[in-house]
Design a protein around this ligand. Structure first.
Ligand code: SGN
Ligand code: CA
Length: 523
């Protein structure tokens, strides 16, 4: 396949009239792509999006030296599905990976962005969380965490077998990425490197170096923390409440003799040698205990109940989550520095995204899955290479189906017809295409399952959102995001909404036909 970089090449005169090369324009090297993705990182905890909770200077630098998408969304808010969308540029029903449920393996024989890039002369690398079952295809280099992986002393699956690395996972994934850049890649080829962090996934375990952080902070709780889910049947059915579902040992690290059943055993089991805490070596465990033991002691003494206990849980959740974010931001800084030192910054697109958004106590929740704003949205910032001068916000509606075609266009490769996303390259140049999409399609499948979020699909326009929860319920929800950005007031069926409901249903149907989702035949 021929590479076509013509849209990037400077037009300065190459040849004089007599045919001799006089002043050759500097030859632009093909662009590299570094795609950094975290797991469950909320835009609320990135200071370029939201300054209330923490400061993320390295992530902010990516946005400052490029663009920040202010209306960036996923099409199925869950890890495996999101990763399959990234690799295929297609909605879940097309790439076949609709949910995370056990034993599922992504079909790596289908067309993928890494395959197209590889065929187009790119080196491809996948480092970190894979979460698609099986092993990666069409990567020149890969080293992946098994399933969700571990924060401490994680195992990595490689083509040569499984290896255990001593240390904290975010540092290790960054070390492996730097090692590949410095020592392992073929420097004669352009590259696309996927750096997929485990952080900030549940159970939010910070690096021992960061444990003391945020302990003196008391965070303001979201206004709708005590949401009663009135008029929202599916929201009431969920099991992702900080108050009711967040566990004392596994999530909140209050390890003592009390039983926490299934979740306790994820934290510690097999005589203390396994589980997220059990895996720690002596030095790590000493540092961990030194930090958490006094908190456990104080907590036991306080004997909190009811609202006071829920509020305490919220503060602990925020503190642990933000410690984990701190290490992530530091490590993004390390990778940026490496790219700079290797002289790669000018010809590399650096993308930072999460596999989906996350609740920081809004509606009383942690986790994601719902088509509501906090989890349908996902952070997306890009540091732009030379030749892209636009800086600032990009307000157009974009979705994770768009990443694959963006990488392909950037690499000068054709975008196959069956890819459902649209290249974001025009937006990176600050263009405002008149025919840009006016609505987004969403479909969540994983039910019945952990957290008990019903199956649903829907449409989101710039102002409205229409959701249909189906399977064992049949419930519609309608929101006016301008009047009700927190989605507390379900307008479906209310007088005066007939016209907008009709329009949105027609748009939903159009999208189901356009994206060819077989669910439309069951409606
Ligand atoms: C695990 C977590 C869930 C989480 C899913 C999916 N439970 O099962 O809380 O929703 O992952 O997350 S845990 O007890 O194992 O931590 S995803 O980001 O990978 O889709
Ligand atoms: Ca995730």
């Amino acid at each position: 396949m021929a590479l076509n970089y013509s849209y990037l090449l400077p037009v300065a005169g190459l040849v004089t009239l007599n045919g001799c090369t006089q002043k050759k324009a500097p030859e632009r090297k093909p662009l590299n792509i570094v795609y950094i993705m975290t797991d469950d990182h909320s835009y609320q905890t990135m200071s370029c999006y939201d300054k209330r909770y923490t400061h993320t200077p390295n992530l902010d630098r990516i946005a400052e030296e490029g663009v920040k998408f202010t209306n960036s969304f996923v099409c199925n808010s869950l890890s495996g599905p999101s990763r399959a969308v990234l690799l295929t540029g297609k909605h879940s029903h097309k790439n076949g990976y609709t949910d995370n449920e056990g034993g599922k393996i992504f079909n790596g024989q289908q067309q993928t962005v890494q395959q197209l890039l590889q065929e187009g002369g790119y080196q491809t690398a996948m480092i970190g969380k894979w979460h698609l079952g099986g092993t990666p295809t069409c990567f020149d280099y890969w080293t992946i965490l098994p399933a969700q992986g571990d924060y401490y002393n994680p195992d990595f699956i490689t083509p040569e077998g499984t290896v255990r690395h001593e240390g904290y996972v975010t540092n290790i994934i960054t070390d492996l990425s730097i090692d590949w850049l410095r020592n392992k890649r073929d420097t004669t080829k352009p590259f696309c490197m996927f750096v997929h962090h485990k952080a900030i996934h549940r159970n939010w375990m910070g690096d021992t170096a960061d444990l003391a952080l945020f302990e003196d902070r008391t965070f303001e709780m979201p206004e709708n923390f005590w949401d009663d889910y009135k008029g929202r049947v599916a929201a009431a059915k969920q099991e992702m409440s900080i108050d009711k579902d967040m566990t004392m040992i596994y999530d909140l690290k209050m390890l003592d003799d009390q039983v926490d059943d299934h979740y306790r055993s994820i934290y510690i089991r097999d005589n203390g040698t396994q589980g997220t805490y059990g895996r720690m070596n002596e030095a790590q465990r000493t540092a961990w205990d030194k930090h958490y033991k006094p908190i456990i002691k104080e907590f036991k003494k306080a004997k909190l109940k009811g609202k006071a206990l829920a509020e305490w849980k919220y503060q602990r959740y925020m503190r642990d989550y933000l410690k984990t974010v701190k290490s992530l931001d530091d490590n993004v800084g390390r990778l940026l520095k490496e790219l700079e030192e290797e002289g790669l910054l000018d010809n590399t697109l650096i993308v930072y995204a999460s596999d989906q958004g996350f609740y920081m106590g809004e509606h009383g929740w942690f986790d994601k899955r719902f088509m509501y704003e906090e989890s349908m949205r996902t952070p997306l910032i890009m540091r732009l290479p030379e030749g892209f001068d636009y800086r600032g916000d990009v307000p157009q509606l974009v979705q994770n189906i768009d990443y694959a075609p963006t990488f392909l266009e950037l690499a000068g490769l054709p975008v196959p017809e069956d890819i459902q996303g649209v290249s974001l390259v025009p937006l990176l140049k600050g263009e405002k295409p008149a025919d840009w999409r006016k609505s987004l399609y969403y479909h969540f499948y994983e039910y019945p399952a952990e957290h008990s979020v019903c199956r649903h699909y829907g449409v989101r326009t710039e102002r409205y959102k229409l959701i249909h929860f189906y399977n064992d319920i049949d419930e519609w929800e309608l929101y006016d995001l301008q009047e009700d950005p927190s989605e507390m007031n379900n307008l479906y069926g209310k007088p005066g909404t007939e016209e907008i409901t009709k329009e949105l249903k027609a748009e939903l149907e159009r999208l189901q036909v356009f994206y060819d989702d077989p669910i439309r035949e069951k409606n």
